[in-house]
Design a protein around this ligand. Structure first.
Ligand SMILES: [Zn+2]
Length: 88
């Protein structure tokens, strides 16, 4: 069983569009910045939010990431991969 460290909870509000705001202290602690990507998962009755990055280069800008063959990959890395396959 993993050793989970659960800190004092913050209570946040969900607005009528389903938008939530992460508390600033959590953004600072986890180094979450504007336009970065977060993955939302449901685990039993729990909601998990995780940072997500390009599998190859670590890019985590939301507009640049796509799911590609089951992995999160940025557009630059997808382009690089397709250029490689063309040149073979
Ligand atoms: Zn990448």
């Amino acid at each position: 069983m993993p050793n989970l460290k659960i800190e004092e909870p913050d209570i946040i509000k969900i607005n009528n569009n389903g938008i939530i705001k992460l508390p600033e202290k959590i953004q600072e602690k986890l180094n979450i910045k504007e336009n970065e990507s977060l993955k939302v998962l449901v685990c039993n009755d729990n909601l998990l939010i995780k940072k997500v990055n390009c599998t190859f280069c670590g890019n985590n800008i939301y507009e640049e990431l796509e799911m590609y063959k089951g992995e999160m990959v940025c557009k630059d890395c997808i382009n690089e991969t397709s250029e490689l396959s063309i040149s073979i």
